[in-house]
Design a protein around this ligand. Structure first.
Ligand code: 5CA
Ligand code: ZN
Length: 399
């Protein structure tokens, strides 16, 4: 698929400390020490509705991660998928009388525009599920005896993986509950384990399907990300990312499928962004309680203010959006811009070092914004240009 055009990242004198980042699988901060090239996979959108602030916050978290790596002098290979065929997309297309391909293309295009406006770095490999069907078929075949049929559908047997559960660390009851809530089918008769997940779904009347060696059908969700990540990053890549609603079953299942197929670890760290809520609930397309990036943009909001508002919350926390977030971000941005225009500021080197320190400690963007607030209020004989470059490189904010 076509990616979007991301901004250039300027380089800043000096170097960042080693990144420590929270890994869900060990439930601890781990050091991220890729050699030369860092490899990142982030789960992309299911394009049946417009990008909301929850999506934007998650993609910004991984944008910050890449900026830290780049500041350390690493190259980054970034892969992201688009789940452009799946139940919620097909259901929305049917409900609104729109062709599912058109719906997916329209919402993916809007996502690209939103990401560009927010200055989010683009993936080198932006890959759709539909264009990856052959990869999925190959991977299902590599799973061998770990795959079995229920009617004409194919399932991955989680019991084939001794280390199943190592991503989430959840107990069986929690797994069963979340599996049922998040697209799984724990009650389906004929499965070897209620947690076994679909890898290939046989054609259903009125739904799209592709001919393959597995029969006519379409890919399951988790295997899609396993196949795309393995193809474009290989095994044991540095970070698998997404929102915390993907810890289980999605990231658990993809990692398990990939490990069974390859005999290698899937990723070194599993990094998850917290959930953004609105009006008392998780912001979600299915609930419809959305604040859309595109709507804010249409209303004339500066995309940099949206970016600052989102960076004002630590990527791992769950939080609720209010209009006050935007108002505060606009004030901050105005204060920083005015400081830069006026000059007479504290030493840029010290400020840049402080930004690097807080960002390398689990991407603490709120602390970075506080550093900038103090910088804007400081007095000295520095014109602030170096800080502006660092704010662009490390936080993606154009002053
Ligand atoms: N296509 C799959 C991943 S393969 C998917 O989950 N798509 S999505 O459109 O539902 O979500 C896209 C990304 O946004 C995921 O990483 C998801 O975890 C994240 N996300 C969804 N809702 C929120 C929210 N309210 N707050 C923060 N992140 C969210
Ligand atoms: Zn995914």
């Amino acid at each position: 698929m076509r990616s979007w055009s991301g901004p250039e990242v300027p380089s800043v004198e000096g170097t960042a400390p080693v990144l420590r980042i929270h890994d869900s699988s060990t439930r601890s901060l781990v050091q991220s020490t890729p050699e030369g090239t860092a490899r990142l996979y982030v789960c992309g959108i299911t394009p049946y509705d417009a990008t909301h602030l929850g999506h934007a916050a998650t993609y910004l978290a991984f944008d910050l991660l890449q900026r830290q790596w780049l500041d350390r002098g690493l190259d980054v290979v970034y892969t992201q998928n688009v789940t452009d065929v799946d139940d919620p997309l097909l259901e929305r297309a049917t409900a609104t009388g729109v062709d599912w391909v058109e719906l997916a293309e329209r919402e993916t295009e809007l996502f690209r525009t939103d990401m560009t406006a927010l200055r989010v770095l683009h993936p080198a490999h932006y890959i759709g599920a539909v264009e990856s069907i052959d990869l999925v078929v190959d991977l299902v075949e590599r799973l061998g005896d770990a795959v079995y049929a229920v009617d004409d559908d194919l399932y991955f047997e989680v019991g084939s993986d001794q280390t199943f559960g190592s991503v989430s660390g959840f107990d069986t009851d929690t797994m069963r509950q979340l599996f049922g809530e998040r697209g799984g089918d724990p009650e389906r008769p004929g499965k070897r384990d209620p947690l076994d997940c679909l890898v290939w779904q046989a054609e259903r009347p009125g739904e799209p399907a592709w001919d393959s060696r597995l029969g006519r059908g379409r890919p399951g969700w988790h295997i899609e990300c396993a196949a795309i990540a393995l193809q474009h990053l290989g095994t044991d890549f540095d970070v698998q990312g997404g929102g915390s609603d993907l810890v289980f079953p999605h990231h658990e299942m993809s990692a398990s499928e990939a490990r069974v197929a390859t005999g290698e670890p899937f990723a070194q760290a599993f990094v998850h962004a917290g959930m953004v809520g609105y009006e008392g609930e998780k912001m979600s397309k299915s609930k419809g309680n959305l604040v859309l990036v595109s709507r804010l943009r249409e209303n004339g909001t500066d995309p940099m203010a949206i970016r600052v508002a989102l960076l004002g919350h630590h990527y791992r926390s769950d939080w609720e959006w209010t209009d006050a977030d935007l108002a505060q971000a606009e004030e901050r941005l105005a204060a920083w811009r005015s400081a830069l225009a006026t000059g007479g500021l504290a030493s840029s080197e010290t400020v840049v070092q402080a930004l690097r320190d807080v960002l390398s400690a689990d991407l603490d963007a709120p602390a970075a914004l506080s550093v900038l607030d103090s910088w804007a209020a400081s007095e000295g004989d520095d014109d602030g240009t170096l800080v502006a470059t660092a704010v662009d490189a490390l936080l993606g904010v154009q002053l």
